[in-house]
Design a protein around this ligand. Structure first.
Ligand code: ACO
Length: 385
């Protein structure tokens, strides 16, 4: 029998049919339900994109208004969840709190979690409430009460207010709207895949989103923009940038915010966020992040031929919006929850248990040795996997 080939990281494996999102990694195009991300980022809003991803078409004015009102009505934290969050250790990572909170909601709101088309109710609820959870997590750890809701704000304006604690300007709100649109979906990325795997067992929507939050947390996926800002702060000034980046590359360190599994050219989301980083920098008379990023970008491209991904400029945008570094990944989740839930709904609609196989590389016919007759293993072989 021929030995099967192993696609490590499932790199060339097509694991699902989907109508939600298309990426052309060679052309650098990202498309939601047929619409180019550049058009959506310029002309649309997060609520409109959420409708598009959940229902497969752009909403009419009436449909958009209904969705916006429903989202606004679903923003509050349930009291028992608030109580649990208040008692979590103040040094808990916001992504860990978010994962715990989504999991807790599944118990508190079981009606929203039934597998099947009714899960759209859960999708709306999670999208509306995630920013409130993230904001409350940040406030509780600082010994503060959660911020009161502000009625009448769009989703982006409410997110900007909740995460920065201040009233956002019109430009800030538009920047937030664009960032939310750009992060809403990205085909079978790691966290979406993990949501679909969970849903494919006929588990519920909130469990699928809990899996996805845990997957997004990793620095190779959602955690990169936070590390980009840490790198910029470590570099400090533009005159140090070239040497610092070259030293990192010489130590074979990965430079966060560069490279992508699918894009072989510039990630179109990076192109849009670069422009927003510049616009917000100019508005705030603070070009230091933008200038540093441009320098880092040119050195990395020169040295490694790598292009920026979505995470290179997003951190600078969020910093200029007044959002703390460790809320960047939770904010990513607050947008991607739309994509996760759209994919879970698609999975429920055409369900097939996702269960790949592994190429076994160990022995198969060892003889069991009674414990008293075993010889102690070498220390090296006793290391956990
Ligand atoms: N810095 C330095 N070198 C890099 C980087 C990077 N950011 N990215 C890739 N490379 C190099 C690798 O070292 C490797 O070089 P080699 O062939 O000489 O060993 C080559 O490029 C190919 O890299 P792979 O890891 O095989 O590419 P893969 O497709 O698996 O990786 C990934 C994609 C994980 C995103 C990678 O580019 C990376 O680690 N980037 C930094 C983390 C990051 O920015 N993540 C955010 C991604 S976007 C998102 O999830 C929202």
């Amino acid at each position: 029998m021929a030995t099967p080939t192993v696609d490590r990281g499932l790199e060339d494996v097509v694991a699902a049919e989907s109508k939600i999102c298309f990426i052309d990694g060679k052309e650098g195009r990202l498309v939601y339900e047929g619409y180019d991300i550049r058009d959506l980022a310029e002309k649309s809003t997060f609520e409109e994109v959420a409708y598009l991803l959940w229902y497969g078409q752009l909403p009419t004015r009436g449909q958009l208004s209904d969705l916006s009102k429903r989202l606004e009505s679903l923003r509050s934290l349930p009291v028992p969840l608030r109580d649990v969050m208040e008692h979590l250790p103040p040094n808990a990572q916001p992504m860990d709190v978010l994962r715990t909170a989504v999991s807790g909601l599944a118990i508190l709101e079981p009606a929203e979690t039934k597998p099947g088309p009714s899960s759209i109710g859960g999708a709306l609820r999670l999208t509306a409430v995630l920013p409130s959870i993230i904001s409350a997590a940040d406030r509780f750890r600082r010994g503060l009460e959660p911020l009161p809701e502000r009625p009448g704000l769009s989703h982006a304006a409410h997110v900007a207010y909740l995460l920065s604690g201040k009233t956002a300007t019109e430009l800030d709100v538009r920047a937030m709207d664009v960032a939310l649109i750009l992060h809403a979906d990205h085909e079978l990325n790691a966290s979406t895949f993990s949501a679909r795997v969970t849903a494919s067992t006929l588990s519920d929507l909130y469990s699928a989103v809990t899996s996805a939050v845990g997957t997004l947390k990793g620095p190779l996926h959602g955690g990169a923009n936070e590390r980009v800002m840490a790198m910029l702060r470590e570099i400090g000034t533009i005159d140090r940038a070239e040497v610092a980046v070259r030293e990192k590359l010489a130590r074979h360190e990965r430079i966060m915010g560069f490279g992508h599994r699918v894009y072989k050219v510039e990630d179109p989301r990076a192109t849009i966020l670069r422009e927003w980083s510049r616009r917000l920098g100019e508005e705030n008379h603070d070009m230091r992040w933008y200038d540093l990023l441009r320098k880092v970008e040119s050195v990395v491209h020169q040295e490694k031929g790598l292009y920026p991904n979505v995470d290179l400029y997003s951190g600078s945008v969020y910093t200029l919006l007044g959002i703390p570094d460790d809320l960047f990944t939770p904010l990513f989740a607050a947008s991607r929850v739309v994509g996760w839930t759209a994919h879970v709904l698609e999975e429920y609609n055409d369900l097939r248990l996702i269960r790949p196989t592994a190429l076994y590389t160990g022995p198969t016919r060892l003889t069991y040795v009674p414990i008293d007759e075993r010889v102690a293993a070498e220390p090296a072989s006793a290391v956990p996997r």
